[in-house]
Write a protein of this length. Structure first.
Lengths: 91, 562
C-alpha cells in the first residue's frame, strides 16, 4: 500500500522519535515536550492492545511493514525508534 | 444459483437441520417441550450435543487439511447458526470446542494440531477456553493463574479460571497463564491442558453458576493446584499468549454472529407464526399494517446482519489481514442489530413473549434471554467498539482516500472458491483498514449503472448513493475524534455504532453488485433500507419498503371465519 503513504523521503531514528512524540502527545492530549521518551507507553494509556494502532500509524506514514509485536518488545518511544531504524534504512 | 454469487455453504447445515428436525418430531432432542424443560431445570442439553456429535458438527471446528469440513469459517458459521435457530443454549454449549481449539490452529505445531484434530473429530472431545478469572473482567493481562517452568522442560500450573463455558464437562482446556511474574504483553503464554492426564488432586471444577440465559450450559470454572503439565502443552512460544489470543479472537468473534442470526431467525419464525394464527378485531394480526411493518423490518434487519456475517466470515479467508477491524465490527454490530429486531418482535408477540409456557413452549422468552449473552462474552460490545475506535485514525484516512485491497475484496465478494483460511495471515492490526467499507463509493457507482440498465430496482441506486454519502460523513466524524487509547470518549462509541451499520450496509451493497436473482435483490435492497434507518436519524423508508419480505413469512393468511 505504498501508494497511500506520504512518507518523508528520508527518515532516521531522530525523525521517527520526534514524530512518535507528536503522535503520543496527540493520543494523550499533552504537549509533546511533556512526553518522556523512556516511559513505557502503557503509562500514557496506550497499553498492549491500544498501542497496536500506533503500529498502523507508523506503517502508514513510512510505508514500511512493522510486526506489531515490535511495540510490545520495545515499550517506549526511544527503544521503538531504535528498533525501527534498520527497517527505515532498508526501504 | 449462479456460480458468481457468494453464498453460505449449506452442506453441513442441511444435515444438521434434518437431524434436529427428526429429533424434535419424535419428541426427543430439540423438541420445544424438551428445550423448555431443560431450561427450567437448568439441565445440560446432553442428548442434543450427542445428536450434533453424531451429525458431524465437530468436524466444522477443525481445519480442512486436518480432516475438518471444507467450507472454512463460513461453513462453521452456517452450521452453528442452524443449531442456534433451534436452541442458542445448545449452540453455545457445543460451539465452545471451536473456541478452545482455535489457538492451536493459530499457533500450534503440526504435531499439536494433528493430535487435537484427532481428539475433536474422532472422539468429539470437548475443549474449553479459559481466559477470564474472577475479578479480571475484560483485561486479558490481569490474570493470576501462573505457569512455572520445571528443570526438565515441563510446567506446573496453579490458579483459577472463572466463569468458563464447559470448564467442568471439557476434557481439554486452553488456558492463558502468566509466565512472567511482571506480566505485560509478553508475560503470558497459552497451554492446552488435558484434564484426563492430570493426577488426582491437581484440579477441581468450580460449581456451575446459575445464569439469566443459556441456563442449561455448563458455566463453571477450574481450579488448578500445582498441576504438572507436559512441555508440549505449551501452544506457541513463551510470551506469545496475548498475540495468539488476539488473533484467535478475530475468528471466534466473527463466529458469534451465528448465535445472533440463529436467535433472530428463531424469533422471527415464532412471531410470524403467531401473527398468522392470532385472530383479533375480526381480522388476523398478520393483516394489520403495523404488524406487517414490524415483521418486515425485523426480516430486513436479519438480512442486513446476514450480509455482514457472510462477508465477515469470508474475510477471514480473503482479507485475513483486516480481521482486527472486521471481527470487532461484526462482534459489536451483529448482536446489536439483531437485538433490536428481537425487541420489536417481542412487542408484537405481546403477553406470549412473556409467558414461559405459552406459544411454542415459551421458546421466545427463552431465546430472548439466551441471546443476551452474545453481547457479553468473547469481548463485550463496549470492548469491541473500543478496539474499533482505536483503529479509527487509519480507517478514516483510508475511507477518505478511497483506497482498498481490490484483490482481497474480490475474493470475499466474488463467487470463486475461497482460499483456505491461513491463520498466519491474521494480523494484530490491519494495515489496509477495512476494504469492505472503503470500497463503498466504487461499488455504489456500479449499482447506479446496474439500476440504470434495469438490472436492479431504482431504489437500490438511491440507497447506494445515500450510503456512499453517509460513508463519507462517517469518515469525517471518525477523523474529528481525538485519537485515544483505552479512554475513548462516549461520543466515539456512537460513531463506532455507525461504522458497524455502515459495514453491514456495505456488505449488502457488495452482494447487490454481483449479478443475482431478482428475489435476492429485493431482500438486499430492504437490508440497505434498514441500514439507512440505523445510520440516518429520521430516514423515511417508503411505506412498502419491507413489505416484500412479509408475504413469504405469513402465507397463507385469511380473514377468520366469523
Ligand atoms: C455465561 C458466560 C460464559 C463465559 N464463558 C467464558 C469462557 O468460556 N471463557 C472465558 O475466558 N471467559 C468466559 N466468560 C467471561 C466473559 O467472556 C467476559 O470476559 C467476562 O465476563 C468479563 O465481564 P465484564 O464484561 O463484566 O468485565 P469488565 O471488564 O469488568 O466490564 C465491566 C463493564 O465495562 C465495560 N468495559 C470493559 N472494557 C471496556 C473498554 N475498554 N471500554 C469501554 N467499556 C469497557 C464492559 O463492557 C462492561 O460493561 C463468560 C462469561 C459469561 C457471563
Amino acid at each position: 500500500m505504498s501508494d497511500i503513504t506520504d512518507a518523508p523521503a528520508t527518515a532516521d531514528a531522530t525523525e521517527v522519535r520526534a514524530w512518535l512524540r507528536e503522535c503520543v502527545a496527540t493520543y494523550v492530549r499533552l504537549p509533546a515536550e511533556d512526553i518522556d521518551e523512556n516511559l513505557p507507553l502503557s503509562e500514557y494509556g496506550l497499553d498492549s492492545v491500544y498501542v497496536l494502532s500506533l503500529c498502523a500509524d507508523i506503517e502508514d506514514r513510512y510505508g514500511i511493514e512493522v510486526e506489531p509485536t515490535l511495540l510490545w518488545d520495545h515499550p517506549a518511544i526511544g527503544p521503538i525508534s531504535e528498533a525501527l531504524a534498520p527497517l527505515l534504512a532498508a526501504r | 444459483m449462479s456460480a458468481d454469487v457468494p453464498e453460505w455453504p449449506t452442506g453441513l447445515a442441511a444435515a444438521l437441520a434434518d437431524a434436529m428436525a427428526a429429533g424434535a418430531a419424535a419428541g426427543g432432542a430439540f423438541s420445544t417441550a424438551r428445550s423448555a424443560a431443560l431450561d427450567a431445570a437448568e439441565a445440560f442439553p446432553g442428548e442434543e450435543c450427542d445428536l450434533l456429535d453424531a451429525s458431524g458438527l465437530a468436524r466444522a471446528y477443525v481445519p480442512e487439511r486436518l480432516g475438518g469440513v471444507a467450507g472454512g469459517l463460513p461453513e462453521l458459521l452456517s452450521a452453528l447458526r442452524e443449531v442456534a435457530r433451534r436452541d442458542v443454549t445448545v449452540a453455545v454449549a457445543h460451539g465452545k470446542t471451536f473456541l478452545g481449539s482455535v489457538s492451536t490452529w493459530v499457533a500450534g505445531t503440526e504435531d499439536q494440531q494433528r493430535a487435537l484434530a484427532r481428539l475433536v473429530t474422532d472422539e468429539n472431545a470437548v475443549v474449553a477456553w479459559g481466559l477470564t478469572e474472577r475479578g479480571m473482567g475484560s483485561d486479558l493481562l490481569a490474570g493470576n493463574l501462573t505457569a512455572t517452568p520445571e528443570p526438565d522442560g515441563t510446567w506446573r500450573i496453579t490458579g483459577e479460571k472463572w466463569p468458563i463455558n464447559n470448564a467442568t464437562r471439557g476434557r481439554l482446556i486452553c488456558v492463558l497463564a502468566r509466565t512472567d511474574p511482571a506480566g505485560g504483553p509478553r508475560g503470558f503464554s497459552l497451554f492446552l491442558i488435558d484434564k484426563s492426564a492430570l493426577p488426582e488432586g491437581a484440579w477441581e471444577p468450580l460449581p456451575k453458576e446459575p445464569t439469566h440465559g443459556i441456563r442449561g450450559a455448563d458455566i463453571s470454572g477450574l481450579r488448578l493446584r500445582d498441576a504438572p503439565v507436559p512441555a508440549d502443552a505449551l501452544v506457541g512460544g513463551v510470551g506469545d499468549g496475548l498475540g495468539i489470543v488476539l488473533r484467535a479472537l478475530q475468528l471466534t468473534r466473527t463466529l458469534c454472529a451465528a448465535l445472533s442470526l440463529g436467535a433472530g431467525e428463531h424469533a422471527l419464525r415464532l412471531v410470524a407464526d403467531f401473527a398468522v394464527e392470532r385472530a383479533l378485531h375480526g381480522t388476523r394480526l398478520a393483516l394489520l399494517p403495523l404488524a406487517r411493518r414490524v415483521l418486515g423490518r425485523a426480516a430486513a434487519s436479519l438480512a442486513l446482519a446476514d450480509a455482514a456475517a457472510l462477508l465477515g466470515g469470508r474475510s477471514a479467508h480473503g482479507l485475513p489481514g483486516e480481521m482486527s477491524a472486521v471481527s470487532a465490527t461484526v462482534k459489536a454490530g451483529v448482536p446489536w442489530i439483531v437485538q433490536q429486531a428481537i425487541d420489536d418482535l417481542a412487542e408484537l408477540l405481546g403477553a406470549r413473549g412473556f409467558l414461559t409456557e405459552q406459544h411454542a413452549d415459551g421458546m421466545f422468552q427463552k431465546l430472548e434471554r439466551d441471546h443476551r449473552i452474545v453481547a457479553v462474552f468473547d469481548g463485550s460490545t463496549a470492548v469491541n467498539r473500543s478496539l474499533l475506535i482505536s483503529q479509527f485514525p487509519l480507517l478514516a484516512r483510508l475511507i477518505r482516500k478511497g483506497s482498498y485491497d481490490a484483490t482481497g475484496l474480490a475474493a470475499v465478494t466474488g463467487g470463486a472458491p475461497l482460499p483456505e483460511l491461513d491463520p498466519a495471515a491474521l494480523r494484530l492490526v490491519s494495515r489496509t483498514g477495512c476494504s469492505i467499507v472503503q470500497a463503498v463509493p466504487d461499488t455504489a457507482e456500479r449499482i447506479t449503472a446496474l439500476a440504470a440498465a434495469g438490472e436492479l430496482p431504482p431504489r437500490a441506486a438511491e440507497l447506494a448513493a445515500l450510503l456512499a454519502e453517509r460513508t463519507g460523513a462517517l469518515a469525517d466524524a471518525m477523523a474529528e475524534l481525538p485519537p485515544t487509547g483505552r479512554n475513548a470518549p462516549a461520543a466515539a462509541f456512537a460513531v463506532a455504532r455507525q461504522f458497524e451499520a455502515c459495514f453491514a450496509g456495505a456488505a449488502a451493497l457488495h452482494l447487490l453488485a454481483v449479478p443475482c436473482a431478482a428475489d435476492r435483490a429485493v431482500v438486499l435492497t430492504a437490508a440497505l433500507e434498514r441500514c439507512l434507518e440505523l445510520l440516518v436519524p429520521g430516514h423515511q423508508a417508503p411505506s412498502d419498503a419491507f413489505e416484500p419480505l412479509v408475504t413469504p413469512l405469513v402465507q397463507p393468511v385469511e380473514e377468520p371465519v366469523r
